[in-house]
Design a protein around this ligand. Structure first.
Ligand SMILES: [Mg+2]
Length: 215
């Protein structure tokens, strides 16, 4: 089947881990739990880790096990300066040269995605932003997130490539029949293609489109 969609994770896929954005989001998640549920920092840290492990994100665990104003939560945890992210001209040029429709598929919310993409100077390349709200607050790696994403796109899994920094978020995509690309991931994680940074996508894109052409 021909590849029609390139689905990009957002955080730590389109910019490097060293930017510190996810670390700050992690701190804000813990601060929210401390303030909202009257816990110590240590308790909040344990809870955030446990929910992230069990449910894909801390948000999902809070939503299922506590009272949570989810839109207030998402706004709070993503309310951080993004000045460490710079326009990435090489990535802008790379995206401009890739065929197929490009979409963001993120466990964050749309306002955060819009800000990150604007800061990187690559917003124009993405026709869609599918955030955790659009898929019913069910984050990757829950299989329902992927089927909801495919439904929104009107796409067959075999028409899609998922590009992600987190191996556990690629596994359900592979299971469904998507092509998977791991960016700066754990060497033990499985993926069809592995690249050290998002700029490596250029070197594997041709192989991906050729391997899936003509069906
Ligand atoms: Mg990520």
């Amino acid at each position: 089947m021909t590849i029609r969609y390139l689905l990009f994770d957002l955080d730590e896929t389109l910019y490097p881990r060293g930017a510190g954005v996810m670390q700050e989001i992690g701190r804000r998640i813990r601060r929210y739990i401390v303030q909202e549920y009257g816990m110590t920092w240590e308790e909040a840290d344990q809870m955030a880790r446990r929910y992230h492990q069990e449910y894909g994100t801390s948000m999902r665990g809070l939503l299922l096990n506590h009272e949570l104003d989810v839109s207030r939560y998402l706004t709070f945890v993503h309310d951080l300066p993004l000045d460490l992210l710079q326009p990435n001209r090489a990535l802008d040029a790379l995206l401009a040269g890739l065929p197929g429709e490009k979409a963001i598929f993120t466990n964050a919310d749309r306002p955060h995605a819009e800000r990150v993409l604007a800061q990187l100077g690559i917003r124009r390349h993405f026709s869609r932003i599918i955030d955790v709200v659009a898929v019913g607050y069910i984050p990757k790696p829950n299989p329902a997130a992927y089927t909801a994403c495919l439904h929104l796109l009107g796409a067959h899994p075999a028409e899609c490539v998922l590009i992600e920094d987190t191996g556990r978020n690629l596994a359900p995509a592979k299971q469904l029949g998507m092509t998977t690309v791991l960016v700066d991931g754990d060497p033990d994680d499985a993926a069809d293609y592995k690249i050290p940074t998002i700029l490596g996508l250029g070197s594997v894109a041709e192989a991906i489109f050729q391997a899936n052409a003509g069906w």
